[in-house]
Design a binder for this molecule. Structure first.
Ligand SMILES: CC(C)(COP(=O)(O)OP(=O)(O)OC[C@H]1O[C@@H](n2cnc3c(N)ncnc32)[C@H](O)[C@@H]1OP(=O)(O)O)[C@@H](O)C(=O)NCCC(=O)NCCS
Length: 327
């Protein structure tokens, strides 16, 4: 058996790697995750905030399992994020353990002191093969998020019922990159969001956003074939009070994602979460010509955000738990 190093530049190798990962993800009731080209751009490119690469455990022409690695470059340089996927016929034969050994070696060589991993599991207990594997390998559960889904399109009557006015605020929307006019304020809001979002006991640093970093992320998103719909609320002084972002990728049009939603502290308690989410959903579904599922994840402790999602009609489908292992 051989260990093969993978990045996005060798397309043929990358496709074998991706097929294992995607095959495992498709076992879920509501499959999520990057499409081939979205993933390849991440692994092929030079990005200032992350280096993504992978390894495969290969026997002749057969790919038994893979590990995807995210090496953070600006914050969280102490850790490596890892995702393992073992093809169904080869489970419980030590493939995952072998891959993990190689990952640990590489992480130590790079001077990282922590492995971090997100695992999907049962909606009630959070348990799965992944969590059993993690517990058996010295990982500790540090954080829990609820995975919720909403089926689109919503009817016009339902949207009208959900509509929430925000007196004193102006709603602004766009599809695509952040307009230069809002980019400074958006960088501040994204940074504040990263600081405020609950992360349990995780040893993670919040991301610090700058206009330059947003421009780079927008360019990467376009290259990945992704799209993003944004709605913001502006107060009477022209200050960005709230935003929400939702999107997906042309290659997997049935999978949509609710990305961040944030209301600045001094504007909370005025239903701005709903006031930006509903028009954003309306814009997103106006361009849909097929049914789709919107996915969202929130800390189980984030009661206000989950309440907004429940109100919108999101269903609870799984728990995602976050685990860490010191090296
Ligand atoms: C989790 C996963 C990577 C494990 O890979 P694997 O090659 O089957 O793991 P190993 O054979 O090395 O298992 C090592 C140990 O982990 C534990 N384990 C693995 N799968 C388990 C399961 N389904 N139930 C209970 N324990 C399990 C056991 O302690 C096992 O040792 P044992 O077989 O001697 O009892 C694989 O099941 C998988 O791809 N699952 C779907 C994707 C996923 O959850 N990935 C997230 C992991 S980061």
């Amino acid at each position: 058996m051989d260990i093969v190093s993978v990045d996005g530049r060798d397309r043929a190798v990358f496709e074998r790697f991706f097929a294992v990962r995607d095959g495992v993800r498709r076992e879920d009731e509501f499959p999520v995750g990057l499409g081939l080209e979205e993933a390849r751009v991440l692994m092929a490119g030079e990005h200032s905030d992350v280096r993504a690469d992978g390894i495969g455990l290969v026997d002749g022409d057969e790919w038994l399992g893979i590990a995807w690695l995210d090496w953070w470059l600006q914050e969280n340089t102490h850790l490596v994020e890892v995702e393992l996927a073992v093809a169904a016929p080869y489970r419980r034969t030590g493939v995952g353990s072998k891959l993990l050994e190689v990952v640990i070696d590489r992480a130590r060589q790079d001077g990282r002191r922590l492995l971090s991993s997100s695992l999907l599991g049962d909606a009630e207990t959070g348990e799965s093969a992944g969590t059993a594997f993690a517990a058996a390998h010295g990982f500790v559960r540090k954080h829990v998020e609820l995975h919720q889904v909403l089926e689109l399109p919503l009817s016009e009557a339902r949207l009208a019922e959900l509509e929430q006015l925000a007196p004193g605020y102006t709603i602004v929307q766009w599809r695509g990159p952040h307009p230069e006019e809002w980019i400074e304020q958006f960088a501040e809001a994204l940074t504040a969001m990263a600081e405020d979002v609950p992360t349990g006991e995780l040893d993670h640093e919040p991301s610090r956003w700058t206009p330059e970093r947003i421009r780079e992320a927008d360019a990467r998103l376009a290259k990945q074939g992704r799209f993003c719909y944004t709605t913001i609320a502006i107060d009477a002084d022209g200050q960005l009070a709230a935003y929400t972002e939702m999107g997906g990728a042309a290659a997997n049009p049935e999978r949509l994602y609710q990305w961040g939603t944030f209301v600045r502290r001094e504007h909370r308690g005025r239903r701005l979460g709903m006031a930006v989410k509903v028009p954003n959903l309306r814009a997103l579904q106006a361009d849909l010509d097929h049914p789709a599922v919107v996915h969202t994840w929130n800390a189980t402790t984030n009661a206000p955000m989950i309440a907004v999602n429940d109100h919108l009609g999101f269903r609870r489908v799984a728990l995602r738990t976050n685990w860490e292992r010191e090296l």
